[in-house]
Design a protein around this ligand. Structure first.
Ligand code: CP
Length: 344
């Protein structure tokens, strides 16, 4: 049994095969019976628009039955993920029972579980996702955890591949202002994806906003293996020069964990992604996972301009969700391009 929870569990060729499958599914966009008779449960501990809708529609269009469960917010019992605790708090049920119970009824599980923002050391253990992986008898999809959003990264790779061959191109992850300390899941996964795709990776961020060292070590290893470069800088707008892809995203500081970034107007102006910065690029795509706060993270002119592919990225969440589900459930369904490639 295979899960889709971390990019590191896949090779670049396997990610490419999943994108190949998603591109084929997008081209034909025909209803299928590949998941007929199967129910899939998508469990959310946090809000979502794209992830929730894409996995629901993907399951429906593949002939299966999707269930969306809001864990602990009125939809189901509150869930405990820590082992060995006295459960005298808000959580009425432990994932140790809930996950295997769901596994007796559904063919696959998805989980969205954000960090608490209280302790990076605690959050990076991803206890809820770890419990799903440990106790599930069916494949598990990480629909965004504390440190990774592999589904978003796969859709982003597809969006890039629709417009260019990524190998050897330049990818900039540019930190952006925000009113909250946001998770590092999307930025971690975006640079891991870009490095696996053979792109030169630049991360522009203020001092104190470095990404998870374990992720950076993998990105460095991927870049070394591909013969590409990895650069971390606080030089904006200089970092935009010559870029082919600009990925805008805010994230919280590990050093000042959970603390909102500065609201100093000069600091915000420096890091806001603007058309002037985009004009320094090599006609780059502007990417963002959404939702995005206009004119705080990125200007209207960029989002509404020719650079922006953010809605395409969101659409590609649907096609890549289908590819992932077919891949995970492929022992019971027709083999996909991805699984055919794995079999070689
Ligand atoms: N990009 C993304 O995961 O969107 P949602 O949070 O709306 O699911």
């Amino acid at each position: 049994m295979r899960h889709f929870t971390h990019l590191k569990d896949f090779t670049p060729a396997e990610l490419d095969a999943l994108v190949d499958e998603a591109l084929a599914l997008k081209a034909r966009r025909a209803p299928s019976a590949a998941l007929a008779g199967k129910s899939l449960a998508f469990c959310f501990m946090n809000p979502s628009l794209r992830t929730q809708v894409s996995f629901n529609v993907a399951t429906h269009e593949l002939g299966g039955h999707p269930l969306t469960l809001s864990l602990g917010s009125g939809g189901t019992w509150g869930m405990e993920s820590v082992e060995g605790v006295v459960m005298d708090g808000a959580a009425a049920e432990h994932l140790k029972e809930a996950v295997p119970v769901l596994g007796r009824m559904v063919a696959a599980l998805g989980l969205r579980s954000f960090p608490t923002g209280l302790s990076w050391e605690e959050d990076r253990q991803e206890k809820a996702l770890a419990a799903f992986r440990k106790y599930s008898t069916v494949p598990v999809v990480n629909m965004e955890s504390a440190s990774g959003h592999p589904c978003q990264a796969l859709a982003d790779l597809m969006t890039i591949r629709e417009r260019m061959k990524p190998a050897g191109k330049n990818f900039l992850l540019s930190w952006a202002p925000h009113i909250k300390a946001l998770p590092m899941a999307v930025p971690n996964s975006s640079v891991e994806m870009a490095s696996m795709a053979g792109m030169n990776v630049t991360i522009a961020r203020p001092e104190g906003y470095d990404l998870d060292p374990e992720v950076m070590a993998r990105v460095k290893a991927n870049c070394d293996a591909a013969g590409t470069t990895l650069k971390v800088t606080d030089d904006v707008p200089g970092a935009f020069d010559g870029q082919h892809v600009v990925y805008g995203k805010s994230w919280g500081s590990i050093t000042h964990y959970g603390k909102a970034p500065s609201d100093d107007p000069a600091f915000r102006k420096k890091w806001l992604i603007t058309a002037d910065k985009m004009r320094r690029t090599a006609d780059a795509l502007f990417m963002h996972c959404l939702p995005v706060r206009r004119n705080l993270v990125v200007s209207d002119e960029v989002l509404d301009g020719p650079w922006s592919v953010v809605v395409d990225e969101a659409e590609n969440r649907l096609h890549t969700a289908k590819a992932v589900l077919l891949h995970l459930l492929s022992t019971q369904t027709a083999p996909t391009a991805a699984t055919r490639r794995h079999a070689r």
